[in-house]
Design a protein around this ligand. Structure first.
Ligand SMILES: Cc1cc2nc3c(=O)[nH]c(=O)nc-3n(C[C@H](O)[C@H](O)[C@H](O)COP(=O)(O)OP(=O)(O)OC[C@H]3O[C@@H](n4cnc5c(N)ncnc54)[C@H](O)[C@@H]3O)c2cc1C
Length: 309
């Protein structure tokens, strides 16, 4: 039986692995289909403390894994297919095989909701991005027109943040008013650099042939009229999908599927803890996920210590 099983090897999972390994708990750490997590999909990370020149996302995650393994973490390629939290020890099914665990740390992350356009996936990282805080300051976006797609708080935050770098920010939204909170919507619309494009959807991101973003084709949902807006970047901010479906009905999730912690990193099931983007719809950064991983590891360690007294 495992003392600790960690679901996920992003910043949250690997930090939890480091801490639980250093506490001599020899955690079993499951990678899922994305070993190293979301950060491996970005080239340069400039805001993780300790790397003044920035660091390649893949390299950062490889180093985190090595650091955890040095103290005894066992990283295993495998996806959790189901969990039973109603029994003790807990039971997980990992690629068809049963695993028993005294504690579980859920660090399964959250994916970005995509527009679903072929041109979007072909131009990802070539001007299409899902995180203004991460990519907004890149030289390719400086003093250029940029597009943000969405109408909620995140889209407003992204658009406002991007006005620091962009010549103009087009905020494309399918409705005729923002979904964001009143104060956020007012602040956004008062910003002279933000130009809302109402009742509109992006139908194509240009230009796949040039292998870089040069603009977007936009359709008015009421009239069907199309226009092309020139831009150097498209920031898609239409929400996230937390990877928590496995736990539906077992622990508390909010209406969007994010885990609601009970106290610290604890969930309503004693022995099950949570960390990172799967329970964070506010900050969603590598360093905050790592911090939450640390907290979950300490909570799991204390829980086990009390259990085995
Ligand atoms: C393109 C891009 C660039 C970014 N740049 C930055 C940046 O510069 N700075 C910054 O601070 N943040 C950045 N971020 C955000 C950052 O990547 C996330 O905040 C961080 O990765 C969250 O870590 P996490 O461990 O919570 O989840 P993730 O990194 O999403 O990891 C989730 C892990 O869970 C695993 N998993 C999921 N389901 C299962 C399952 N059923 N069984 C087993 N494993 C499972 C996955 O395979 C993965 O290993 C960026 C994000 C993106 C997409």
């Amino acid at each position: 039986m495992e003392k600790v099983v960690i679901i996920g090897t992003g910043c949250a999972g690997l930090t939890a692995a480091l801490y639980t390994a250093r506490a001599n708990l020899a955690p079993l750490v499951l990678t899922g289909t994305m070993p190293g997590g979301l950060l491996t999909t970005t080239s340069i990370v400039e805001n993780f403390p300790g790397f003044p020149e920035g660091i390649d996302g893949y390299e950062l995650m490889t180093r985190m894994q090595k650091q955890a393994e040095r103290f005894g973490a066992r990283v295993q390629f495998g996806t959790v297919e189901s969990v039973d939290l109603s029994r003790s020890p807990f039971k997980l099914t990992v690629d068809g095989e049963p695993v028993e665990a005294q504690t579980i740390i859920i660090a399964s992350g959250a994916g970005h909701r995509h527009l679903g356009l072929e041109s979007e996936s072909l131009l990802e990282k070539k001007g299409v991005t899902y995180c203004a805080t991460c990519d907004g300051a890149l030289p390719m976006f400086r003093n250029q027109p940029l597009v943000v797609v969405g109408g909620g708080d995140s889209a407003c935050e992204e658009a406002t943040y991007l006005t620091r770098f962009a010549s103009v920010v087009y905020l494309i939204h399918r409705r005729d008013s923002l979904r964001a909170s009143k104060i956020m919507a007012e602040r956004t619309l008062a910003n002279p650099k933000i130009k809302p494009v109402w009742n509109s959807v992006v139908t194509e991101i240009l230009d796949v042939k040039k292998d870089t973003v040069t603009g977007v084709r936009v359709k008015d949902v009421n009239t069907g009229a199309e226009q092309v807006l020139d831009c150097a970047g498209v920031f898609v901010a239409i929400g996230h999908v937390p990877n928590t479906q496995l736990f539906n009905g077992m622990i508390d999730l909010d209406e969007n599927g994010y885990v609601i912690p009970k106290e610290g990193s604890a969930t309503k099931v004693p022995g099950v803890f949570v960390a990172g983007d799967c329970s964070d719809h506010v900050y969603r950064q590598a360093i905050t996920a790592a911090g939450m991983g640390c907290a979950a590891a300490i909570d799991a360690e204390r829980y086990l210590a009390a259990l085995n007294q």
